[in-house]
Design a protein around this ligand. Structure first.
Ligand code: PFF
Length: 470
């Protein structure tokens, strides 16, 4: 007999879990440096356009497909059409690849909670070198990754309601409080206005096709879309829960957190005369430098900031793990325990590759692709798999599932009216695939990693060929 499917215990719990998945390193670590490197307000404007037009649409589609089929990524596609199984498999693969670098950064955040209080901030000029030395050392960052991964395993092994939902219900409200306190302090500093100007006044001279690709990739990454994560979370929803408002709330929360992270960082950054565009190190170098200049309150705020970063990352990486675990449970009939432990081990091995690629192996790159493992996992998922995954989902839900079935699912069998249904359906079926296609096409001419794009397409093709095996 099939074991009974797990479900969220409450709507609040589901929203916290889904927002927990969405709000993560993407908001606090990645959004600020992408904004810094892509012209500030102009990037934010394009990003918001993608989030509200395409992001909410795809999220709602993922929730519906998940709840309709009561299956995680692979099973959801498969139960509608066997030849679409590959789209779910790409999702599971993407979860593995993101988990190949995400817990490494989660480990850095965990380390910085402690380092904030143990002398990191005593010499602001040494913070950059200290970060470089830390992430390139062979063992120390991996020990922090192990600790961080063990938090993930602890939560996911307890299951949907008692693990993921229970943790998110505590961690998400805590995250809001922590970030607001850091942002609030930064806003009061003299010179903070410059930071607001940078964030909110668009400068279109920095915009190119690359900016659009970056904004689209970021929208998918940040909202946890394009790889079946929200399909999986949707599959644990009870039939009476309202999907459209849930998708709206989760998207709004995710966006609020990204802006809040920007407000926590940029006003203070400008107040202390630091440089906005400093790449992925922004959060681990510039932010501690800001705190180092604040006197006695600095280490405490820094600790709060990194606890927030770690919490945000944790509620996201548990969702990435759940995508794989749910596949193994649904399709392979593994127990949760076996699935979690084996998945955790493989993911950790990927993390070892990613972490070493920043130090010991930093001069080695993958032949032909020209990048190390960390960048390989990051760029391949963010720039290729998530966008293509979103495109596939749009085509699948728009053309493969019957419109009436979607309508019934979205209105809980017609028990309430969803006024935007036609508009949503149009965006899903036509605007989403065309917009993603255009961005990918123009981005292709503009990005440096063309080889990775081609590699990604080959992987998708091969997966499609072998999809019967899953
Ligand atoms: N949304 C997460 C973040 O912004 O950090 C990352 C992520 C989680 C991506 C889950 C994809 C996913 F399925």
């Amino acid at each position: 007999m099939e074991p009974k499917r797990e479900h969220w215990a409450s709507r609040f719990g589901f929203i916290m879990a889904a927002a927990g998945s969405a709000v993560g390193l993407g908001n606090i670590w990645r959004f600020p440096y992408l904004t810094g490197a892509n012209g500030g307000g102009a990037f934010i404007l394009i990003y918001l356009g993608f989030v509200f037009l395409i992001g909410t649409t795809v999220m709602l589609a993922e929730f519906s497909v998940g709840r309709m089929t009561q299956k995680a990524a692979v099973g959801a596609y498969k139960s509608v059409s066997r030849s679409w199984t590959f789209a779910g498999v790409i999702g599971v693969l993407t979860a593995f690849l993101i988990m190949g670098f995400y817990p490494v950064v989660g480990g850095w955040a965990t380390a910085y909670v402690v380092k904030s209080l143990t002398g990191l901030l005593s010499d602001p000029t040494a913070i950059g070198d200290a970060f470089g030395a830390f992430i390139s050392s062979p063992v120390e960052p991996l020990l922090w990754t192990v600790l961080y991964m063990s938090f993930n395993i602890f939560i996911v092994i307890r299951g949907v309601g008692k693990g993921i939902e229970a943790a998110s219900k505590i961690l998400m409200p805590l995250l809001i409080l922590l970030l607001i306190s850091v942002a609030g302090y930064g806003m009061t500093l003299p010179g903070a206005m410059e930071g607001f100007r940078f964030l909110f006044v668009p400068d279109f001279s920095a915009v190119s096709a690359k900016t659009f690709l970056a904004a689209l990739g970021q929208a998918f990454f940040s909202l946890s879309l394009g790889m079946g994560c929200m399909i999986t979370y949707g599959s644990y929803l009870p039939k009476d829960s309202k999907l459209p408002s849930s998708a709206a709330v989760v998207t709004a929360m995710d966006t609020t957190f990204a802006i809040l992270a920007g407000v926590a960082i940029f006003p203070a950054l400008f107040a202390f005369g630091l440089e906005p565009a400093s790449g992925p190190g922004l959060v681990f170098v510039v932010v501690p430098q800001i705190f180092a200049k604040m006197g006695f309150i600095g280490p405490i705020l820094s600790m709060i900031f990194f606890i927030a970063l770690m919490i945000a990352a944790l509620t996201s990486s548990v969702s990435l793990m759940e995508v794989v675990v749910a596949y193994l449970m649904d399709e392979r009939k593994w127990t949760r325990r076996t699935a979690v432990i084996s998945t955790g081990l493989v993911m950790f091995l990927f993390c070892v590759l990613a972490s070493l690629s920043l130090g010991l192996w930093s001069s080695w790159t993958i032949p032909v692709l020209g990048v190390g493992f960390f960048d390989f996992f990051d760029i391949l998922t963010d720039k290729v798999f998530l966008a293509i995954g979103g495109l596939l989902l749009g085509v699948f839900a728009g053309f493969k599932i019957k419109k009436e079935d979607l309508k019934r699912e979205l209105t809980n069998e017609g028990t309430f009216h969803f006024a935007l249904f036609e508009a949503w359906y149009f965006v899903l079926k036509f605007v989403t695939p065309i917009a993603i296609g255009l961005v990918a096409l123009f981005g292709l001419f503009d990005i440096v990693q063309k080889e990775l794009m081609v590699f990604g397409l080959i992987v998708i093709g091969v997966t499609a060929l072998f999809s019967k095996k899953f």
